[in-house]
Write a protein that binds this ligand. Structure first.
Ligand code: F6P
Length: 257
């Protein structure tokens, strides 16, 4: 639009695409670190994009976090076939508080759109023995099968240390994250600046290697403080990911590239 051209947002998007090697980027005005309404704008931009790609029977896998919660808040009951929407948590427990959990967010997304949702009840940090028996539990198996069939994945990106602390990560794992110079986190994977995985939270559900098979992947993350994290994650070269971010993050990413 005219407004976006005048404010230079279109130009920022073009620059950001080049800097991050992405085909599609959306930048909303503002810095969500400073103004809370910007996070709602990220949510709205994501909701708009979801509608644009929806076709037929749709399974949408979602991660946790406050940005995903903002996406849920931005969803409205005007989808053409809401009964065909199915929201599933992308991965099992990764140590978030209830309001930030993917299960809670999926329930909200279903409620707001008139779609359906499934829950994935898996304890955080499962031992290999528990893991083996849990994945064979019929109710969990069903959800895992649905996750693998998802056409859309919506996920957040966080700053590594912030996330590790928010999850009350144990001493040993914390050491691994720090020693590995992790700066970014997504799906329970911690990335260094080069985009290499230095630590991974052991849980079931979507794995990083499943991403290339998902048709539409939307990464939603903003705020100047997340610039390094976003850059690190994009250095892992996630295939066909659309980044939805804000000016605060965009300007910082461009300033250090
Ligand atoms: O814990 C789920 C998660 O999506 C993380 O993978 C991500 O780093 C974080 O939440 C983002 O949280 P927020 O949107 O609150 O910054």
């Amino acid at each position: 639009s005219m407004m976006r051209e005048i404010s230079g947002i279109n130009e920022t998007e073009e620059k950001l695409k080049k800097a991050l090697g992405l085909e599609d980027v959306v930048v909303v005005p503002g810095n969500s670190d400073e103004e809370p309404w910007v996070k709602s704008e990220l949510g709205r931009a994501c909701a708009y994009r979801i509608k644009a790609v929806l076709m037929g029977n749709n399974i949408i896998a979602v991660t946790g976090g406050s940005t995903m919660a903002a996406v849920a808040d931005a969803l409205t009951p005007d989808f053409s076939a809401p009964e065909q929407l199915l929201f599933v948590p992308a991965r099992g427990g990764i140590g978030e508080d209830v309001q930030n959990q993917a299960n809670t967010i999926c329930a909200k997304m279903a409620e707001r759109t008139g779609g359906k949702h499934r829950v994935l009840y898996v304890p955080d940090q499962v031992s290999p023995e528990v893991y083996k028996s849990v994945v064979n539990e019929p109710s969990i198996k069903e959800v895992l099968t649905l996750i693998k069939q998802a056409e859309i994945v919506l996920h957040g990106i966080g700053e590594a240390i912030t996330m590790a602390k928010r999850r009350k990560t144990g001493k040993e794992e914390m050491e691994k994250i720090i020693q590995g110079h992790a700066v970014g986190e997504a799906f329970g994977y911690y990335f260094n600046e080069q985009g290499e995985v230095v630590h991974k939270v052991q849980t079931i559900g979507l794995q990083l290697e499943d991403l290339p098979y998902i048709l539409h992947v939307f990464a939603v993350a903003g705020g100047a403080s997340k610039a390094k994290a976003i850059k690190a994650y994009m250095n892992s070269k996630p295939k066909s990911t659309v980044l939805i971010t804000d000016e605060g993050a965009a300007k910082n990413i461009l300033a250090c590239s």
